[in-house]
Every structure is written in structure tokens, then in C-alpha cells.
Design a binder for this molecule. Sequence first.
Ligand code: MRU
Length: 368
Amino acid sequence: MSPAKTIKPTPAASQVAGLPLPATLYWDGEAVMILDQRLLPGKTLYMACRDMRQVIYCIKTLAVRGAPAIGVAAAMGISLAAEGLSAKTPAAFRRQLKAKIETMRKARPTAVNLGWACDRILALVALAPGDIETMRRMIRRTSQLMLDEDIAVNQAIGQNGAKLIRKKKATVLTHCNAGSLATGGYGTALAPVWAAVQAGKQIAVIADETRPLLQGARLTAWECVAMGVPVRVAVDSAVGVIMSRGMVDLVIVGADRIAANGDVANKVGTFNVALQAARHGVPFYVAAPLSTVDLDTISGKDIPIEERDPGEVTAFGTCRVAARGAGALNFAFDVTPADLVSAIITEKGVLRPPYGESLAKAKALAKK
Ligand code: MRU
């Protein structure tokens, strides 16, 4: 797999959804521009991806990460693949594209938005009556539509979630990064924070640092600083002492996949936060688009949990910290059981238990 060329941001990428934050990804002519999140907060640079392999490289290495952003990147990557196919007939084109889509589907296992994006393009191509060029154009247009839809959905999540922040002054604890960077733009878990601030509330954020790749310290803190929202970074294991001192009004986290029964897969450590929240009577909210809800997955036990390179745990960045000879466990995600989730904030409203019913109803509504 070859890394894509890194270039400086263009003016078009300098803000998204009216926020002073850079675009996570966008089309620039024939290239998919992906903000390289591995370099943040030090550098704001984009990779220009010109073929699907480069997009897959970005997804696997977490240059682009966060469930909704992975979904949009996948659709754009598939569009690049469609451009490169040599098929001479529509049937051959569909066959070759299907093989590419199945390769894309395997890039990361936990975020269901990846499979959701693949299925959406597959369905589009299956129904498309047109010739090869028409199909190519439709795929590209759909990938852009998915980006635009994601931003609109996230803004709705923000409005719905802001209603749960009842006090004029509140502190929100979050884990990992489910902000603008993790999506097409605006964010999921951070969206209610932005919306509440825009409505005149004073919101402070506590960002768990999120070992081992520090999405909280590097990305959430960076977004909050850019947005002018006061933020403090805490080590993941401090959540108990912080909550026991009454310093948190509510928790909002994102999700990589929500099973039909309301079990939630999210960045490893989320389950610990939920347990502490239950112990201390702090509401624990999950903010996610309905594309993250997977009714085909019955419960959290059925969610595939990504295991990553042990080297991410034995080192801190490039500096080895674990004793030589020690192995490591590197589960990238964990599952929070539904009974620890106070509510799920979606674009169609705030869903409450029993989640088996509320999720199914909201998904049916979203299909209309
Ligand atoms: O490994 P990552 O950085 O892709 O993990 C991201 C998360 O766990 C996010 O909380 C989740 O994808 C929701 S993003 C809106």
C-alpha cells in the first residue's frame, strides 16, 4: 500500500459547517483530500488520494478515523476505484466494482458505517440502468451527497443533544474524538456542545486522553481550543476521581456500532466511563447517526472488535515505554451494555430504553 502525497490545505478546506475547523475530507477535482489526523495537532496537512488503495491506507493507519468519516471516505475511495476500472461492459464493470467494494469493506472491522457505505454504493450500482460513465458519475455524486448528508445529520444531533444540557453552565466529559474530525463535519458527541455554546450556554469539556493513540488529547482538545470551548485533558484512569468530586454533569460519547438491543461499541475505555457514570449518577449519553445503528447485529457480543498492532501500546508515539520482551493487548474498542446508556442522541431525536423498540422505530422513520 502506498501512502498518498501530502500537501498543504487549500482555502476550501479551511472551515466546515460554519465552524472554524478544517474539513475532514473533500473532493478536489480527481483527488480525495484527506486531512492526515496522525499529524494533529502539530500540522494541518492533507493527503491527495488518487486511487482506492491510498484511501484504504488512510483508513487503516487512522489518517482518517471516526465511524462516519470512515463511511464517507469509503464511498469516495470506491468512486476512485470506479474511475480506474478497465471494464468494457456494464456487467463487467459491476463485477469488478463489487470486488473492489469487498476489499474496501475489510479496511476496519468495527465501525458499521464502513459496511453501510459499501452497501449503499452496491445498491446504487445494482439499480443503475445506465452505461459505465453514468454509473461512475452516480457513484461520485453519491459520495458527495453522503458527505453533505452527514454534516446535516450531525447538526440535527447537535440540536437534539443540546436539549439534554439543561444547566446554563455545564461540564461534559467525552472519550476519544467524536468531533468534527471523526465525521464529514460538525461531529456527533461534540455536536451538542457546539449547539449549546451557540445557544449561549457556558460549556466546559473534559477530554479523556484516550490511550493509546490519544484521540482525546490530540484531536478533541484541539477542536475545543479552536472553537473557544474551555477544555481540560485527563488521563483515562482519572475518570473515577473526577466523577467522585462531582466535576461532571453529563457524559457524551460517540459510537462505532450500536447493536439492535442498544449495546454500544466505541473506543476502548468507554465501558469504564459508563461504569463510573452509573456509580456516580452521571447521565451517560451516546450521540450517533442512525447509520451507526446496525439492526442486523443482535447484541454487543456480535460486534467484531478490532485488535491493532501491540506496538501502539508498548510505545508512546515513537518512544518505547514497555519493557522489552513484554507483549500487549490492543483492543481498539469495547462494548458498553445498553443498560448503562441513559439515552442515544440521533438525528431523529433522543431515543430511550427499551432500545430494541426505539432503535427499530427510528430506523424505520429514517428510511421514509
Ligand atoms: O479508532 P478511532 O479513532 O476510529 O475510534 C473512533 C471512535 O471510537 C469514535 O468515538 C467513534 O468512531 C464515533 S466518531 C463520531
